[in-house]
Design a protein around this ligand. Structure first.
Ligand SMILES: NC(=O)c1ccc[n+]([C@@H]2O[C@H](COP(=O)([O-])OP(=O)(O)OC[C@H]3O[C@@H](n4cnc5c(N)ncnc54)[C@H](O)[C@@H]3O)[C@@H](O)[C@H]2O)c1
Length: 285
């Protein structure tokens, strides 16, 4: 991986949840290149192991650990493995998260005709499934809070301990169609501030990255047509992105390293940093 710059994470242990996925696999690799020992946590053990193997094959040190960020016992078990094999946690990246189709409408706006002549494939506010909404809120919000409860015990009164949460563009202004995901990420931004205050006396810094639009497994179907052209939604996103393009995952790494390195960001606490090509700054006019 081509790092924008290196920081010194020698002897540090980093726990990265959702690290079998697109963004946090990159985060895990970047932290490993800076010398940290990495616990690659994911619900998908095969994905976690594959990322750990890649790190080990390139001279780093990582283990894949199966963990469900929604189950305390699973997280306790993961912590036991991490503590035995790597040591106590210095850096926690809460990366597991995502959306669910059942928390998503099919159109941006509610039209009267969709109520009067209801079509099977049209999902409006009234068809949103509470179970789908619950899934999204749990995965993102509880999935950040529970790993924090478990791993922060290692971090209390450690030097340079740090937590990084993953918020999103939709936390600043909700995106159309995805009320559950937008609300859940807004909750993560809010929790980031709360936690930064709550943990300030035990010297654990807490910040978040809010990625803009990066094409990954979660959203590829929404953004790309089968023939490789952009969908209507992708074109709308690009029209609202002053830099006229989607982000490259590597473009998140500089912000990750800055927020993790206490020499660089030691007095930065409780912030949510957008990395979005100007999307959140642009009013559309
Ligand atoms: N891709 C984007 O453009 C984008 C933009 C903004 C925010 N985000 C956020 O960044 C984070 C990573 O996104 P990504 O694009 O890499 O997603 P991804 O789907 O590639 O990865 C998510 C990973 O989380 C794991 N996971 C799911 N449920 C889990 C659970 N209960 N316990 C443990 N692991 C679980 C999955 O197995 C997967 O490996 C998410 O929080 C996402 O909401 C992504």
């Amino acid at each position: 991986m081509n790092l924008p710059f290196k920081i010194d994470l020698k002897d540090k242990v980093a726990v990265v949840t959702g690290a079998g996925g697109a963004i946090c696999a990159g985060f895990a690799k970047a932290l490993a290149e800076c010398g940290a020992k990495i616990a690659v946590l994911d619900l998908n053990k095969a994905a976690a192991d594959a990322v750990a193997e890649e790190i080990n094959a390139t001279g780093g040190y990582a283990i894949g650990v199966e963990a469900n960020v929604l189950q305390i016992e699973s997280l306790q078990n993961a912590k036991k493995i991490v503590n035995e094999k790597l040591g106590t946690c210095d850096i926690l990246i809460n990366g597991a998260g995502g959306n669910h189709p059942k928390g998503t409408t099919t159109k941006d706006y509610l039209f009267k005709e969709d109520l009067e002549n209801k079509k099977e494939d049209v999902v409006t506010l009234f068809d949103l499934d509470p179970k789908g909404i619950e899934f999204v809120f749990n995965l993102n919000f509880l999935g950040t809070l529970l790993p924090t409860q478990i791993f922060v015990k290692d971090m209390i009164d450690k030097k340079d301990a740090v937590i990084l949460n993953i918020s999103s563009m939709n936390a600043f202004t909700p995106l159309t169609r995805i009320p559950a995901y937008s609300g859940a990420k807004a909750a993560i931004s809010n929790f980031t501030q709360w936690l930064a205050v709550h943990l300030s006396k035990v010297e654990v810094r807490v910040n978040a990255i809010a990625p803009g639009f990066f094409i990954g497994n979660q959203n590829r179907g929404l953004l790309m047509n089968a023939d490789g052209t952009y969908t209507e939604r992708a074109q709308k996103i690009l029209a609202a992105t002053p830099m006229d393009r989607f982000g490259e995952l590597d473009e998140l790494i500089g912000t990750l390293l800055w927020l993790v390195d206490s020499k660089a960001s030691g007095f930065v606490n409780g912030v949510v940093v957008p990395v979005d090509g100007g999307f959140s700054a642009y009013s559309g006019v």
